[in-house]
Ligand binder design. Structure first.
Ligand code: ADP
Length: 309
């Protein structure tokens, strides 16, 4: 059962075609990830789904509600944490939540029980009566999360939620997302440019320059699009000659011979046959960065982008 269906979605800004015919389905209760570099079209896609931006073409259906016809129903189904905080900075967190509760016609009792839930989930008590402008980045993101979860949405959309946070807040927030995932049956829809954040995803869609380039579980993407590598530090030139003689393909990287492998056993066998010609070797497992590079021809993290670990 799909809770979100996106079909042939297109969006053009004045001179940029940001989304060029994107289709994907999000299954109910799963952890779904949209992965791509900055500028790939992730936020545009999310903002269209969340009824905040108009589309040029295509169809979006959220829990049976059709975008453009049943937008109120869509807004009730979704809770969204945007990259930028949407809280009123002059007000306290509690006041922000109360305003939001009014938007959903929630009575005071319901608001109180929701705040209790957030207190045990993410320790919101510590800062609920402080003005948003005085909060740290991590606290503000938690307050944004509380706002998004207030009306108990079926789908939680997180647009690059850990971007801009210090490592400790990033880890805390990530653990919180994991808790929400395991303790509720909510569908989680994440956009990110961090590989680490998609490793547990049930389904990953790789978006590049406004197009879907591949989709599958993280593990299947790794199996299909990246190989383990045998890395050898050679003793002399005889190693490369021996590999050539056997027809084994390899490349050089900083004086290290890199042999792509079908599996780790093949690496072991090559290393054993040629052990006279090298100083040391290791077999490196394929990772999701290799997957992204092989699919898009690009590094996921651009120069200067901070790595989460
Ligand atoms: P991502 O979320 O993957 O970083 P975006 O959806 O923000 O990507 O952006 C996709 C492309 O659309 C980029 O080239 C970006 O510069 C452009 N873009 C985004 N918003 C606007 C806008 N309001 N006006 C013009 N171009 C925009």
């Amino acid at each position: 059962m799909h809770i979100i269906r996106v079909k042939d979605l297109r969006k053009k800004y004045e001179n940029v075609e940001a989304v060029k015919g994107v289709s994907f389905d999000v299954r109910n209760g799963t952890f779904f990830a949209l992965l791509g570099q900055n500028g790939a079209g992730k936020s545009t896609t999310i903002e269209i789904i969340a009824t905040l931006k108009s589309k040029n073409e295509g169809e979006v259906i959220v829990d049976g509600a059709v975008l453009g016809k049943d937008d109120d129903a869509i807004r009730k189904t979704l809770g969204v944490v945007f990259q930028y905080s949407v809280l009123d900075k002059e007000l306290t967190v509690r006041e922000n939540l109360a305003i939001r509760a009014g938007f959903y016609n929630m009575d005071k009792e319901r608001l109180r029980t929701r705040i209790e839930t957030f207190s045990s989930l993410m320790d919101i008590d510590a800062f609920i009566d402080r003005r948003v402008k005085t909060l740290s980045g991590g606290e503000r993101r938690k307050a944004d999360l509380a706002r998004a979860l207030l009306h108990s949405p079926k789908v939680l959309i997180l647009d690059e939620p850990t971007t801009g946070l210090d490592p400790k807040s990033r880890k805390d927030l990530w653990e919180l997302i994991q808790t929400i995932k395991t303790e509720t049956d909510m569908t989680i829809f994440l956009t990110t440019h961090y590989m680490e954040e998609v490793l547990d995803a049930d389904h990953v869609v790789i978006l590049d320059e406004g197009l879907v380039k591949a989709e599958d579980s993280a593990e299947n993407l790794r199996l299909k699009h990246a190989s383990d590598t045998l890395r050898i530090v050679p003793k002399d030139a005889r190693l490369s000659q021996a590999l050539k003689d056997e027809g084994i393909p390899f490349t050089w990287k900083n004086s290290i011979v890199m042999v792509p492998l079908k599996d780790a056993f093949e690496g072991l066998s090559i290393a054993t046959r040629h052990k006279a010609h090298f100083e040391s070797f290791e077999i490196v497992k394929a990772n999701m960065d290799d997957v992204f590079l092989n699919i898009t021809g690009k590094e996921l993290l651009e120069n200067g982008t901070e790595n989460p670990r």
